[in-house]
Design a protein around this ligand. Structure first.
Ligand code: ADP
Ligand code: MG
Length: 647
């Protein structure tokens, strides 16, 4: 008959050189199916080391180990995990239950990795717990159970996959004598039903339950009471009935690990919340900030282009000079000359503007008065709402007529539908209102364009400002593609007329360029602030992921001892990371958009673009996955025994 377990000249050394510890030194041992073996020895004699090697939680430094005739030294980590899962159930001195799971869930863990369906798993766990006398405690967490009860849960867990061998390392070490007896009686009963039981102990009373006693001292077996032949034949079939699914389906694994992840996250709710917060703030900040930057940019650009990109503005004063006071360089005949002599000119509008007090009855207000040419509405694409704009005749006759802006109409005629025909005082001179312009809104530089009135420029020069000089000329070009040429033609013409360059010509396209530049700087600034908060959030996530895996190394050990392969562990931690990051990222996206939308209700210009949202979301999820993955990988590559002994 083949031994179930066969150790040949097994060594396990710790350290090297002078400080080498020979925990096991040349151990030879055969254990047959159906035996109840007690391995005894004093503390430090090598009992646990032996059990860990038998249970394949640890690897020997030398010698060969055969399980059912199969050499385990040739197996890789996942093959070991499978063989371990199908052969051994472990019972530890300190129970090694998952603190965050209840009794039933703890018992179910091995079946989870063996691919048993969830309903079947629950039923079987309940049955095992009931058989062991704690069926009414299945929803209790380990810290709500006594030591004896916890050890029963551990026994139930060891039995979950129906393994042929139970390995118990000082199972009664932490129990009072009554609980000890109960647990040992339980193991005895299991052995009677055909299971091989190996118990490690330093107590004689405990060892008496077994048929075979093996003593170990300083890593050597010093005595062995020998194999009980009857026992082993009686139950030889015990290890044959092993028919678990070889592996579970990927979707089921994914669903199970998502469930486990959600559970682990719920248990560590505070930590989860902090991780989420980091991601949420980071992602939301990026989305909102960039939406503000983009919104402000588009707003400015829209306003500038709404003025038309086909306009040239001629101002008095040399290029680059700041306009100051009343600069006497541009005259009305310059405007006429431009219209007559320059190609590609559609309209020329001479302008003379300034601030004046408007008065009507007991209302008075300071507004911008613009003396302009008759083509002002066409040049600026500005429609007239009521009445008419002034004519060439008005211009020639220095007529006291005025066209008022929408804001002015509102301020001075709050109760009247049609101000046309009324008279209003500009300065002290009465003007007849002949038209009202359509509302245009705020200019790119922020001032209200509708808080303006327009009079013939001739009238404004003579009657309002007492001057011969214009404050500007607006030229509308016919073909916007030729605007540069027209600009230089005008410059040349005016230079010839003035002898000096005492004016400057600007086109709206150049405004647009300038504004784009400033706005881009603003967006970059906002983006940088947001990126920093995303980075800080990311560092927080890394930190928490790292701590979480380090803290849970023991849990990883427990899971590996109960049949988890490396990839099961990896899957679990990666799923947790993915779940947190995706939830956090999504909330961040929603929050970012809501914040942006909220701000837009308060009049802030907001323009959402998909780029920042996608970028921030992927950054958050990427960081989480990477820093969930790296430490989890490290932990999954530990030997189970090392993971188990971590605190
Ligand atoms: P027992 O379980 O019989 O009390 P162990 O098998 O735990 O003894 O330990 C046997 C010997 O190996 C002891 O001298 C112990 O100090 C040593 N030992 C156990 N684990 C390690 C380890 N990870 N590193 C170094 N020495 C160890
Ligand atoms: Mg020990």
């Amino acid at each position: 008959m083949q031994p179930l377990i066969k150790l040949e000249n097994i060594n396990r050394y710790y350290g090297s050189g002078d400080v080498i510890v020979k925990a096991l030194d040349g151990v030879n041992l055969e254990i047959y199916p159906g035996e109840f073996v007690a391995i005894m020895g004093q503390s430090g004699s090598g009992k646990s080391t032996l059990m860990n090697i038998m249970g394949m939680l640890d690897r020997a430094s030398g010698g060969s180990y055969l399980v059912s005739g199969k050499d385990v030294s040739a197996l890789n980590a996942d093959e070991l995990a499978l063989l371990r899962r199908d052969t051994f159930g472990f019972i530890f001195q300190r129970y090694n239950l998952l603190a965050t799971a209840d009794a039933s869930e703890n018992v179910q863990v091995p079946a989870l990795y063996a691919g048993m369906g969830s309903a079947e798993r629950r039923d079987r766990a309940q049955k095992l717990l009931t058989d062991l006398g704690i069926g009414d405690r299945s929803d209790h967490r380990p810290n709500q159970l006594s030591g004896g009860q916890q050890q029963r849960v551990a026994v139930a867990r060891a039995l979950m996959n129906d393994p042929p061998v139970l390995l118990a390392d000082e199972p009664t070490g932490a129990l009072d004598s009554k609980s000890s007896e109960e647990v040992m009686a339980l193991l005895q009963e299991l052995n009677d039903k055909g299971r091989t039981v190996i118990v490690i102990t330093h107590e004689e009373e405990v060892a008496h339950y077994a048929q075979r006693q093996i003593r170990i001292e300083d890593g050597h077996i010093i005595s062995d009471s020998g194999v009980d032949k009857d026992k082993r034949t009686a139950s030889a079939q015990a290890n044959a009935n092993n028919d678990h699914n070889e592996s579970s389906s990927l979707t089921m694994e994914a669903i199970e690990s998502a469930k486990m992840a959600l559970k682990a996250l719920r248990v560590n709710i505070f930590r989860t919340a902090l991780t989420l917060l980091g991601i949420i703030i980071g992602v939301a900040a990026v989305i909102t900030m960039l939406a503000i930057g983009e919104g402000s940019k588009q707003n400015v650009l829209n306003q500038i282009s709404s003025m038309g990109t086909n306009l040239l503005n001629i101002r008095p004063g040399a290029p680059g000079m700041r306009p100051s006071g009343d600069m006497a360089t541009l005259v009305p005949s310059d405007a006429t000359a431009i219209l007559d002599q320059v190609n590609n000119v559609a309209y020329v509008v001479p302008q003379r503007s300034g601030s004046k007090t408007l008065r009507l009855g007991n209302i008075d207000d300071s507004v911008t008065v613009e003396g302009v040419g008759v083509n002002f509405p066409q040049a600026r694409d500005w429609a007239i709402d009521q009445g008419v704009f002034f004519s060439q005749d008005d211009l020639k006759s220095y007529a006291s007529v005025v066209v008022i802006g929408a804001t002015v109409a509102e301020n001075f005629f709050p109760y009247e539908d049609n101000p046309v025909g009324s008279f209003i005082l500009i300065g002290n001179i009465p003007f007849e209102i002949i038209g009202v312009m359509e509302a245009k809104g705020a200019a790119p530089w922020g001032s209200d364009q509708d808080d303006t009135v327009w009079v013939p420029y001739t009238t404004s020069l003579v009657r309002l400002f007492g001057s011969n000089y214009l404050s500007g000329i607006t030229v509308k070009v016919e073909d916007v593609d030729l605007v540069e040429q027209t600009e230089s033609d005008i410059t040349a013409l005016l230079k010839a007329r003035h002898q000096v360059e005492d004016f400057s010509v600007r086109n709206t396209a150049s405004f647009l360029e300038m504004a784009t530049e400033t706005q881009n700087t603003l967006t970059i600034l906002l983006g940088a602030v947001a990126a920093i908060s995303l980075l800080v959030g990311g560092i927080g996530v890394m930190n928490i992921m790292l701590v979480s895996v380090v803290e849970r190394t023991r849990e990883i050990g427990i899971r590996m001892a109960t049949g988890a392969r490396r990839r099961d562990i990896m899957l679990q931690f990666n799923t947790e990371a993915a779940v947190v990051c995706t939830i956090g990222g999504l909330i961040g996206v929603i929050l970012g958009f809501s914040a942006g939308f909220g701000l837009s209700l308060f009049g802030v210009n907001i323009a959402f673009t998909a780029g920042p949202a996608i970028l921030a979301f992927s950054c958050a999820v990427g960081t989480g996955l990477l820093f969930g993955y790296l430490p989890a990988r490290k932990a999954a590559h530990l030997d189970p025994v090392v993971a188990l002994s971590s605190e």
